[in-house]
Design a protein. Structure first.
Length: 339
């Protein structure tokens, strides 16, 4: 079972109260008990935490609830990980450490950095089953806060990118991010000049960073046992919007041969083709639900070279056209009942 640190909900009662919710009652409904949230290092169900955030946005009618959580959560709630991050040399090293020590945040977050023509794209991704609007907002907001805090305000992104539609109230996003926000973007994350990642941190100290890493090694997390099929699907979802759909590319990312990846997937009763199809299903539903992108744009973001190919595939999978699915979803009908 995927888990998150209790610290991720430390500010929940405060934020719930801001939007008129009964925090303890909401926690109980999500399957969580307030009395069990006293130790920030305890681990709780990621599913329950995601359920709580989505229910809170729905019940309150405030669709920036996740952003409020990101705004309210203090940097200090990172716990021992904060001691390492602030002692690293620059923002680039902080991003590397966040990726390397991601399980000290939770089991479902993944960070990836890529460079395109002098611009660094910092992608904030979640395991697909947890990639809901409020938790994505919260995760991105808190990552932005971490980078701002460790740099002492010396580093800021050029732009924030969110796949979701713009919320009805933009004030939280403006306060939290302080830079332009692109809604209905092709990814969730931040962008900045590539050379800005070398900006020195004010408290950088290599010796202290080494001591902090030794401390982190003492924190009991247990082994990560995510199967290769889960990791493959997670990677495919990141690569599809770039038009990358080959098993060879994915195998190369893992540093193994194509055949070795295929054998590992077969051992788990999976295949690359099945995982690619599942990833396309999840991405197409996400894009058709959470944005006003054209069907042609959704086809491209799911790795199809033509609208006709995408439409034929979609109709086979969901029993209706992408346009009909979107219309049914907008009317609160069950468009994916056949899925």
């Amino acid at each position: 079972m995927h888990q998150v640190r209790v610290a991720s909900l430390a500010c929940y009662a405060q934020v719930a109260g801001q939007v008129g919710l009964d925090g303890p009652a909401m926690l109980r409904e999500a399957g969580l008990q307030l009395s069990g949230l006293s130790d920030p290092e305890m681990r709780i169900s990621a599913g329950a935490a995601v359920r709580l955030l989505e229910m809170s946005a729905e019940r309150s009618g405030f669709d920036s609830f996740g952003l409020l959580m990101g705004e309210a959560r203090p940097y200090s709630s990172l716990g021992p990980l904060s001691l390492l991050l602030e002692r690293l040399e620059n923002v680039g090293q902080v991003l590397g450490a966040l990726s390397r020590y991601r399980r000290h945040l939770n089991d479902v977050l993944n960070l990836a950095v890529e460079e395109q023509d002098g611009t660094s794209l910092i992608r904030v991704e979640l395991i697909p089953e947890y990639a809901r609007t409020q938790v994505l907002d919260y995760s991105l907001g808190f990552v932005a806060k971490i980078l701002h805090c460790v740099s002492g305000g010396r580093w800021e992104p050029s732009m924030i990118h969110l796949e979701r539609k713009a919320p009805s109230d933009l004030s939280v996003a403006r306060r939290l991010f302080r830079v332009p926000v692109e809604f209905e973007s092709t990814f969730n994350g931040l962008s900045c000049p590539a050379d800005s990642l070398t900006i020195a941190l004010p408290l950088a100290n290599a010796e202290m960073a080494h001591h902090a890493e030794s401390l982190l090694a003492l924190v009991p997390l247990g082994p990560e046992d995510a199967p290769i099929s889960e990791r493959t699907k997670r990677l495919v979802i990141q690569l599809l919007p770039k038009g990358i759909t080959s098993v060879e590319h994915v195998a190369g990312h893992f540093g193994i041969s194509t055949r070795a990846l295929q054998r590992s997937l077969e051992h788990e009763g999976q295949s690359f083709a099945l995982l690619l199809n599942e990833a396309r299903r999840e991405l197409s539903k996400r894009y058709l639900t959470n944005s006003t992108r054209s069907i042609t744009a959704v086809a491209e973001l799911t790795g199809y070279a033509s609208l006709s190919s995408f439409s034929r595939w979609f109709a086979r999978e969901f029993g209706m056209s992408p346009h009909s699915w979107r219309v049914a979803k907008s009317r609160n009908l069950p468009p994916d009942a056949q899925s």
